[in-house]
Design a protein around this ligand. Structure first.
Ligand SMILES: C[S@@+](CC[C@H](N)C(=O)[O-])C[C@H]1O[C@@H](n2cnc3c(N)ncnc32)[C@H](O)[C@@H]1O
Length: 592
């Protein structure tokens, strides 16, 4: 089969790419990450890394427009350098759309149609360059980068690139912190009151159905279904992020740069702007990003280009928990490096960061290198990526409410530690465990086991479930490290492990559900309703996306949603992400 035909086939079908993950994590590829960020990653949300992936999310409008393609003839076996000479060589043959990186041994000729590319291939295949280099070729088809016309408002946009990045990553940075909290509270008032409004407007409600949710018809302040308490503020307002994922590229001055994507990828923006002025990024992560920038500026290899998919340097992950431990992961694309080049570059990276530790006095507990040639932009958890632990053991630790947790590069872990302690403490208080009874705590979407482990001493048993196997490995290690033995963990989707809801008669079930942004599959809500649970603590990082879950918990009983409906009984916003639009919302759902 012709290579081009193969490419077209593989583009239309086949395995899900990491970018398909979660649509949360969505995190992702050119589509997103998870709340968690996740896959996670994710992670929570307006975090720069997540904000960036959200920026990269292809809008439905753009997706609806027919994509334009270009056809690339790759001319191989060329010498290093000689970019100008080679451009002349191909221009003289009549092929003017030419590109080549100086340190590569191939060049690309670009054509608008397959026919033109095939005709050029016929000419170039087997030709001698400078009588020494016999050219071999292949053809591929790629989506054209779609440059959207700049919106009219941009014409008068006099903001500097730094100001644009601040507005994009930390959109509330101009408000006082009190104003930020009020704004987040008001937004959550809207989401809470819409639970009531949407239930009231459910179509085809029978009289019995209406009776089951009679609370919906009661007048309440701001039409809230329950009290929404004063928001819980973050104890730290600046530099709170313990995980930062940076992109590598070039800035608006065409200098190699490490930071965040400036603007929307879907609008053709691929420039990377330094995080130096962002208030949510800690100094240590800024210094490491700057260190990486210095490294790639002197590197013989170019940054990865999101449009052509050529180049080497892709992403940088920094985890800097409050324990002072630091994890650095460098991600690169190795597809055009020889094994020897890759090995030599890895050695250089290790030496560079060892020198950096000494000169900057920043001890790096563990250094990892990930090689990844897929289309998803960001650190991945994918079989096709290779992740090597170059120094240390591949983990860092964080302490929360007196417990110590091990974190892998790809496990979800909340990125604002002091605010997370307030979040978990609130969850524990609201569980209101009756220690005179035999109780089982379900830690649903448990990540590295943090919530269950911090509460394990007040219940008989904790059952944790998470979709990421590495997170469950961490959760088991974390339980052991903290001397907790009354835990059971399952690496599974919650929707595939619904038997956790089958409690024995003498057991009281309590559940905390802390899912990714979009919430959980409806089968989980159905199982919650069928179970003997009387109270569910739902931790949402995106109350808009979780609305379907909220409604499914509260709607009148049906075949799809059996058992008595729940009702929101109290709620509170917890601000884990100062200066951004994001905020956690804890809702207690209860029923008789
Ligand atoms: C917001 S994080 C919460 C993690 C943990 N509770 C914490 O506070 O650190 C969401 C977690 O849900 C997990 N997850 C995503 N989809 C899931 C699913 N369908 N079933 C189980 N876990 C899932 C992710 O791996 C992630 O660890």
């Amino acid at each position: 089969m012709h290579k081009l035909a193969q490419n077209v086939l593989s583009a239309s079908g086949g395995k899900r790419s990491p970018s398909d993950r979660d649509s949360e994590n969505d995190e992702t590829p050119e589509l997103k990450k998870t709340k968690s960020e996740d896959t996670a990653t994710a992670t929570n949300t307006e975090s720069p890394d997540v904000a960036e992936s959200v920026m990269e999310t292809v809008s439905s409008e753009a997706a609806a427009a027919a994509p334009k393609f270009k056809y690339l003839v790759k001319a191989k076996n060329l010498p290093h350098g000689q970019v100008k000479e080679m451009k002349n060589f191909f221009t003289n043959l009549g092929f003017s759309k030419f590109s080549k990186a100086p340190n590569q041994t191939f060049a690309f000729l670009s054509f608008p149609t397959e026919e033109e590319a095939l005709a050029a291939q016929k000419v170039v295949e087997g030709m001698m360059y400078r009588n020494k280099h016999k050219i071999e070729t292949s053809i591929s088809k790629e989506k054209e980068r779609v440059m959207q016309p700049r919106p009219a408002k941009d014409v008068n946009d006099t903001r500097t690139p730094t100001e644009k990045l601040l507005d994009q990553v930390t959109p509330l940075h101009k408000l006082s912190y009190e104003e930020q909290l009020k704004k987040k509270h008001d937004v959550n008032v809207g989401y809470m009151s819409s639970i009531k409004r949407k239930l009231k407007n459910l179509k085809g409600l029978s009289r019995e159905g209406r009776d089951e949710i009679s609370w919906v018809y009661e007048k309440t302040p701001q039409q809230l279904p329950c009290e929404l308490m004063e928001p819980i503020a973050s104890p730290e307002i600046n530099g709170y992020r313990t995980k930062c994922e940076f992109s590598v590229g070039t800035n608006l001055n065409d200098e190699r740069s490490v930071g965040f994507l400036l603007g929307m990828y879907k609008d053709g923006q691929t420039r990377v702007q330094s995080p130096a002025e962002l208030s949510n990024i800690p100094d240590i992560a800024k210094k490491i990003a700057n260190g990486m920038e210095q490294y790639i500026r002197q590197s013989e290899y170019p940054p990865y280009d999101r449009v052509s998919h050529e180049g080497v340097w892709r992403s940088l992950l920094v985890r800097s928990p409050k324990t002072g431990e630091v994890m650095v992961m460098v991600q690169l694309q190795e597809k055009d490096m020889t094994p020897e080049q890759l090995e030599s570059e890895k050695k250089k990276i290790v030496e560079y960061w060892a020198d950096f530790e000494k000169s900057e006095n920043i001890p790096i507990k563990t250094l990892l290198i990930q090689t990844w040639s897929g289309s998803f932009n960001g650190i991945v958890n994918d079989d096709k990526a290779t992740t090597d632990i170059m120094t240390g053991d591949g983990f860092v630790h964080e302490e929360i409410l007196g417990c110590r947790f091990r974190i892998s590069y790809n496990s979800f872990f909340q990125i604002n530690t002091p605010a997370t302690e307030l979040l978990y403490k609130t969850c524990a208080d609201w569980c209101n465990i009756d220690e005179s009874k035999k109780s089982v705590l379900l830690d649903l979407c448990c990540g590295t086991g943090t919530i269950g482990i911090t509460m394990a001493k007040s219940v008989n048993k904790v059952i944790g479930v998470d979709i990421v196997p590495e997170a469950i490995v961490d959760a088991r290690a974390n339980a052991e490290r903290n001397g907790i033995t009354n835990v059971e963990y399952y690496a599974s989707k919650v929707e595939d492990k619904l038997d956790v809801f089958n409690a024995r008669d003498d057991e009281e079930l309590v559940a905390i559900l802390d899912p990714p942004r979009a919430g959980v599959h409806k089968s989980v809500i159905s199982a919650v309703r069928k179970s003997k649970l009387k109270r569910l603590i739902y931790v949402s990082c995106d109350a808009k996306l979780a609305q379907d879950n909220f409604l499914a918990l509260c709607r009148p009983s049906s075949n799809a949603y059996p058992g008595n409906p729940f009702k929101p009984s109290r709620a509170v916003s917890v601000d884990l992400f100062p200066h951004t639009d994001s905020c956690e919302l804890i809702i207690e759902f209860s029923r008789e």
